[in-house]
Design a protein around this ligand. Structure first.
Ligand code: C2E
Ligand code: MG
Ligand code: MG
Length: 694
């Protein structure tokens, strides 16, 4: 030990020794880092990485040895045999390649130690080969214990070089590998140098063709600079590429691939940042806007998904133009749903203006092939902290406001208010009660007359559902049917209505027609046609007495299937009426494609039709359409004699409305149905049937 320390302190130049240590440390660091990258590289690229890493590691071991040799002063003339000196470099590189290859494939700690020990042996082999190139006018006498110690130190520390690098316990374990490689090279070298003593012999002459210290210094310097720069450049390029790739991947994970807008994940991140800012004491308002496209589904259904995609892309691009501060943000969070955020605004009007500009850009037509596509938008927004004290609840409330905007044809941008919250809670309570209504026998049916326009004769009844709530009394179907539809309960309730109406109509002595409302959900049920058929068989009702009223929503949902269902129903003899005509999106094309037996013009067009020019024009054109397609037309909601007179002039076929009677009880309907069904020419007096509620 003392011999080694003495050799290190007395026989070596301090500055050059330090230079050797620095080169060794830098080279070891680079080698281990490059090796870690090589391990992560794809198999095809791994060999190239390992090759490069081995060159750097081999050059490090070699250069450290020879810089340290330059630091060693034997006080006699000396030189280096060129071939062996060169061969020692090759041994260092080749040995490193073997050891890194073993370590790169290592699956266990033991295997990685084997790789490291091979590196240690490489250091030893290079050292002693390098020493055999060292020429002096004398003989080198080796101390066998120190030689053995140098070999053990090289192999032991070399063995640790990859140990925790491959299975790290902390992110800094690789530093242990660097230190182990550094110690393996340095301890091995200086112990090995401590093992020598020189016995001068004037008969031994140092030949003139050997490499001198100056040439060796130049060689080592060039090689070290070259390899270290090469390694550093590779490392930096690799790091850069990895960072670029990971930032690209991260970007892709946060963006919606179709529109390029931020996605829900991105929204969550922005919200998390805002939340953190607020927790750290920042104080600013946040407005969240839920934007839902209107009629988007229709575009997909009518023009195909390419058209829908085109609309979404165009809208996204326009949104990007609207955003003009880092405090404005918009993400696509669903098929046709977007969520926008606005922070740090001063007045609530700023939020409204933001909502208006986003909506205005949506309403601009989108060119697609040869046509222009138009969509609408409903926007709801809620504000933190005014509307909600918690940021987490904000989306729920902006959603509620959006639903309100969707339901309101006039106010398409709605701010959340407490009433909406109350409504939403009420809806949840109502849904709970609705689930039990059937089993508690709380539903009733009432019947509304349908009359011939010319003769006023009763031609049939529309069956209308009523819910007698134990505490709230009668609840309008306009209120509970949408809840039953959205929860799926309508399928069960709808079948009850159909069954009850069919049994009732079958019990009448005269074959008055019954029209039953069918919701879209029922129509898409695979067993729907079978259920209708079963009910007809069980009730023994003549299928021609049954009319099913469907709205356009049923058809738009799944045109192909609906058409098939309608044909099957018609084959059974059932009639099908298109309800609420004029309120949908594509009434004309739907009428052409589907085999309707009747058009029911919505009552919103009938109110004051004799006074309102616009409504009159719509009704007139519907009549023309009915005539052209040979489909009879029924006008809903006739309340006044003037309206009836107008409809008569327009050759409307049938009417339904308070003018002839409000929805009546089953007992009243039975009474009317007990009278013989009269033809067009036999008018019946206007029914004074008592209404139970409309
Ligand atoms: P609808 O199928 O268009 O039914 C006609 C509605 O207009 C009925 O409202 C009826 O009472 C009302 N009405 C009829 N004549 C007049 C009039 O002269 N003036 C006014 N102001 N209203 C008139 P109701 O019974 O409240 O039903 C509303 C809607 O609820 C129905 O519209 C239908 O869409 C739905 N609905 C009712 N019963 C059922 C059902 O059994 N199943 C399904 N799926 N929906 C139903
Ligand atoms: Mg109806
Ligand atoms: Mg209707």
């Amino acid at each position: 030990m003392l011999r080694v320390i003495g050799c290190f302190t007395q026989e070596h130049n301090f500055l050059l020794t330090m230079a050797a240590a620095v080169v060794c440390m830098l080279g070891s660091g680079l080698s281990i880092r490059l090796f870690m990258r090589a391990r992560r590289a794809r198999r095809s690229l791994r060999r190239i990485h390992i090759g490069l890493t081995s060159m750097i590691a081999g050059a490090t071991v070699w250069a450290t040895h020879f810089i340290a040799m330059l630091a060693y002063d034997p006080v006699v003339e000396h030189g280096y045999e060129p071939v062996i000196t060169g061969a020692s470099l090759l041994v260092a590189i080749a040995g490193s390649a073997i050891s890194f290859s073993i370590a790169a494939e290592a699956r266990s700690n033991w295997a990685s130690v084997r790789g490291g020990a091979t590196l240690g042996l490489t250091i030893v082999a290079m050292h002693y080969l390098g020493m055999s190139a060292y020429l002096i006018p004398g003989r080198i006498i080796w101390n066998p214990q120190l030689v053995m110690a140098s070999i053990i130190l090289g192999v032991v520390f070399g063995g640790l070089a990859f140990h925790r690098v491959l299975q790290p316990l902390t992110p800094y374990c690789w530093l242990g590998g660097v230190l182990a490689m550094f110690l393996a090279v340095c301890l091995m070298h200086f112990t090995g140098m401590g093992a020598i003593s020189i016995e001068l012999d004037p008969t031994i002459v140092v030949p003139p063709q050997v490499i001198s210290d100056t040439v060796l210094g130049f060689l080592v310097l060039s090689l070290v600079s070259l390899f270290l720069m090469l390694g550093l450049a590779t490392f930096l390029i690799d790091v850069n590429m990895t960072e670029q790739t990971s930032s690209l991947l991260k970007d892709a994970a946060l963006r919606d691939p179709l529109t390029g807008l931020p996605n829900r994940l991105s929204l969550e991140q922005v919200l998390a940042d805002i939340r953190q800012g607020l927790q750290e004491g920042e104080d600013f308002p946040v407005a969240m806007l839920t934007i839902d496209l209107d009629l988007f589904k229709e575009i997909n259904d009518l023009h195909g998904h390419a058209a829908g995609d085109c609309v979404l892309r165009a809208i996204a691009a326009r949104f990007e133009e609207v955003l003009d501060s880092p405090f404005e943000f918009v993400a696509r969070t669903g098929g046709d749903e977007f969520i926008a955020l606005k922070r740090r605004y001063t007045r609530i009007e700023d939020v409204r203006a933001f909502a208006e500009s986003l909506r205005a850009r949506i309403l601009e037509p989108v060119p697609f092939n040869d046509i222009m596509l138009n969509v609408g938008a409903s926007v709801g927004f809620a504000i933190y902290p005014d509307d909600r004290q918690s940021l987490d609840e904000l989306q729920h409330y902006s959603d509620l406001a959006m639903y309100r905007a969707k339901a309101d044809p006039h106010e398409k941008i709605c701010r959340f208010d407490a009433y909406m919250d109350q409504q939403s809670r009420e809806r949840i309570t109502l849904l709970g009660d609705l689930r039990q209504a059937l089993s508690r026998d709380e539903f009733q049916l009432c019947y509304q007359l349908q009359n011939d326009v010319d003769t006023h004769a009763v031609v049939g009844f529309e069956v209308l559902l009523r819910w007698l709530h134990p505490e709230r009394g009668f609840i309008s179907p306009e209120k509970f049917v949408p809840i039953a539809e959205s929860s799926g309960l309508i399928r069960e309730i709808g079948l009850w209505v159909l069954r009850t109406a069919c049994f009732e109509a079958a019990s009448w002595p005269n074959p008055y027609r019954v029209a039953v409302n069918i919701s879209p959900q029922q129509l898409i049920q695979p067993s729907f046609v079978e259920s209708v058929s079963d009910i007809l068989i069980e009730s023994r009702l003549d299928p021609e007495q049954l009319e099913l009223e469907v709205t356009e929503a049923s058809i738009i949902d799944d045109q192909h299937n609906t058409l098939k269902v309608m044909h099957r129903l018609k084959t059974m003899g059932i009639r099908i009426a298109m309800d609420d005509f004029g309120t949908g999106y594509s009434s004309l094309s739907t009428l052409q494609a589907f085999p309707f037996d009747k058009i029911k013009i919505d009552r919103s067009f009938i109110t004051d039709v004799h006074k309102d020019e616009q409504r009159a024009a719509i009704v007139r054109s519907t009549m023309l359409l009915g005539a052209a397609l040979q489909i009879p037309v029924l006008a809903e909601g006739v309340e006044q004699a003037d309206e009836l007179e107008f409809l008569k002039r327009q050759r409307c076929d049938e009417v339904q409305g308070f003018f002839f009677g409000r929805p009546m009880s089953v007992a009243d309907a039975r009474q009317i149905a007990s009278q013989p069904l009269v033809g067009k020419n036999c008018p019946v007096p206007i029914s004074a049937a008592s209404s139970i509620r409309h």
